[in-house]
Design a protein around this ligand. Structure first.
Ligand code: ADP
Ligand code: ASP
Ligand code: MG
Length: 407
């Protein structure tokens, strides 16, 4: 007997027929003698609709009320799935975030889970009950409802698996595993049997939305065995595992993209100590996340250009914050461009092999794609390019690193 957490994303619970199909799959797992906790997302499209309602009522909304609204999508699917399971004769009930409780901090809209009370849940599993938990939602210290950020049901599932000491956390989605890049864009993408926590973490953090970044962080910390698989097919998916479980390590294991990028350039900023601190300090104070930074050398020793990227949603705020510093920084002009995308190549092989970045630049040059900024980490290289070149760049890089599947 094993204890298993099964998580179903939005497309897997998109309508009543799919919810019934999910119930049948859960029953099968339960009938085979396993203890089962299910974590569900909202029906596909519902969270977007709820966010839309909020912004139509209040543009600069109170995040605590935003959470009250957007957390409801998952409440609906958890109740419906519990009912569908009962119809199949399975002893199931829903457990809302506040009923467990799933305790979080008070950062509404992007809260972090701090603790999950597991005693009662484990007792119920031991009695053969199936638990149905809505993903994405939690409870702040002051008892207000929180949500975990978009894609947060993955994190709920891994956190529940860690709290229940589950043997496995199966993430059911609309693709049958983690691929070398987004299979919806690159048809030659290859499915990976295994991927290391480190590589999955980097891929998620640069835009591969198949798993939320925090869910991978949590899986890595608590050593939860995560499997990504399709809810529409009956076949094994991709296991996220320790690095040493991967026998044949590729140089590059994946490529990801993010269109949620915007570039700001300050033209002719004074070239003196303290300038970067005066630009990036106030942005950090306002919780604006700055990603890539490029500073050119100043030809005359007096002024230099500084470019940096933020998420599209933060662009207006970031420009306003920096504009306030114009006197202080003495820049000539502020330019912004939201027509950009970031493409990143990830691989543990980069630690020990040279020339991986050069191959990336060469492949982009051959397609006449201009690079606007570059950043690197131990196992990642990212470039900023014009948004319209995203798909072309992904395909070119996928071929350049020999990742294309054989036809
Ligand atoms: P869910 O609603 O089940 O949480 P998501 O839409 O959040 O599903 O994540 C699944 C999607 O992630 C896929 O449909 C695919 O387009 C996208 N994706 C991006 N990069 C990858 C990748 N490397 N491997 C698999 N899927 C990826
Ligand atoms: N429903 C939420 C979202 O769409 C959480 C999730 O599905 O993971 O972001
Ligand atoms: Mg998701």
């Amino acid at each position: 007997m094993a204890r298993i957490v099964m998580k179903f994303g939005g497309t897997s619970v998109a309508d009543i027929d799919r919810i019934k199909a999910v119930a049948a799959r859960v029953k099968k797992e339960h009938d085979s003698g396993n203890q089962v906790a299910v974590v569900v997302s909202a029906m596909a499209g519902v969270t977007n609709q709820l966010v839309d309602y909020v912004t139509k009522v209040s543009r600069l909304y109170d995040a605590r009320e935003y959470d009250v609204v957007v957390a409801t999508g998952e409440q609906v699917t958890s109740g419906l799935l519990a009912l569908a399971l009962q119809e199949l004769g399975v002893n199931a009930r829903s457990w809302l975030g506040w009923q467990i409780p799933i305790a979080t901090d008070s950062q509404h809209g992007k809260a972090r889970i701090t603790e999950i009370a597991s005693g009662e849940l484990i007792a119920r599993l031991d009695r053969g009950e199936v638990l149905v938990v809505p993903g994405f939602q939690g409870l702040a210290p002051d008892n207000r409802v929180t949500t975990l950020g978009r894609g947060g049901s993955d994190t709920s599932a891994v956190a529940v698996a860690a709290a229940l000491k589950a043997d496995r956390c199966d993430i059911y989605t609309d693709v049958d595993g983690v691929y070398t890049t987004d299979p919806r864009i690159v048809t030659k993408a290859r499915k990976l049997d295994k991927i290391s926590y480190e590589e999955m973490l980097e891929l998620a953090s640069v835009g591969a939305k198949v798993l939320q970044t925090r869910s991978v962080e949590m899986a890595m910390r608590h050593r939860v065995r995560v499997q990504v698989l399709s809810s529409f097919m009956d076949q094994p998916g991709t296991l996220v595992v320790d690095e040493d479980e991967i026998v044949e390590q590729e140089l590059v294991s994946g490529i990801a993209y993010s269109k949620d990028e915007a570039k700001i350039t300050l033209v002719k900023v004074a070239d003196r100590p303290g300038v970067s601190a005066s630009i990036f300090g106030p942005l950090a104070d306002a919780s604006v996340n700055v990603d890539m930074i490029v500073q050119s050398v100043s030809a005359d020793g007096k002024a230099t250009d500084v470019s940096f990227t933020v998420s599209k949603g933060d662009l207006d705020r970031a420009v306003a914050i920096v504009e306030k510093k114009r006197q202080d920084l003495g820049f000539a002009q502020i330019l912004s461009d939201s027509n950009v995308a970031k493409v990143s190549v990830i691989g543990l092989g980069m630690r020990s092999h040279a020339g991986i970045a050069a191959r990336m630049f060469q492949a982009l040059a051959e397609r006449s794609i201009n690079i606007l900024a570059i950043s690197t980490s131990e196992i990642k290289i990212s470039v900023l390019i014009g948004e319209e070149y995203t798909e072309l760049a992904l395909r070119a890089l996928h071929t350049a690193y020999n990742l294309d599947k054989d036809d």
